[in-house]
Design a protein around this ligand. Sequence first.
Ligand SMILES: [Zn+2]
Ligand SMILES: [Zn+2]
Length: 258
Amino acid sequence: MENLGIVIIDEEHDTSYKSDTTPRYNAKEIARYLCKSNNIPLVLGSATPDIDTFYKAQSEKIELLKLSKRANKSNLPEVHVVDLKQELASGNKSMISQMLKEKIDKNLKEKSQTILFLNRRGYSTFIMCRDCGFTAKCKNCNISLTYHMDENKLKCHYCGYETKVFNICPICGSKKVKYFGTGTQKLEAEIKNMFPNASTIRMDIDTVTKKNSHEEILGKFKNENIDILIGTQMVVKGHHFPNVTLVGVVTADREFEH
Ligand SMILES: [Zn+2]
Ligand SMILES: [Zn+2]
């Protein structure tokens, strides 16, 4: 073959490269195969790379190319990592650190906007009996069911299985059934509780239902100057919101749990 150059794949839109019609394929894998067999370089580009790709880059299995400057030459943001274990030790049981709370407060006073990212939707992400250890799982997939407060249901995020909410353990009959873990619905409730006067908007699969609703939510956030946008990975794309001066990644280390 002639005229082969570099193949560039935008990892950020990786999911859109996966075909769900027959023949099923993953465009990234196909690109990798084609590049390897034709001996041409493959560039995986992303602001939010796949953790597997990033690990390979860090462990030098593949070469890491970094953009150290922004296109518009503005400064890169300051990043603070806050240890929530220390927050808990000093009496803060919230998933919002003291620093993040203060910064949100400052933004509200200055009428600047904030984005909070939490990649779990629903309200509680797992349900367990404190007496016998039973956990609510999907009968089809065997993964933890998530409590959705809006519809008052337990849902499987893989196959869509739904079941009723329960407060008595189906195994041992105990009433000590507890709802743990935080999704975007619970985070929004906590933010409303913490900042009663702040306006919030949530963006996750549960709020993005209609066609264009994705753009509607983002448009509303921007045009109506909503104080806080709370969302799953849908909010971490390359948006341009000049009035957003703060982004909080809530319980960031939970991204490594699977
Ligand atoms: Zn039980
Ligand atoms: Zn399931």
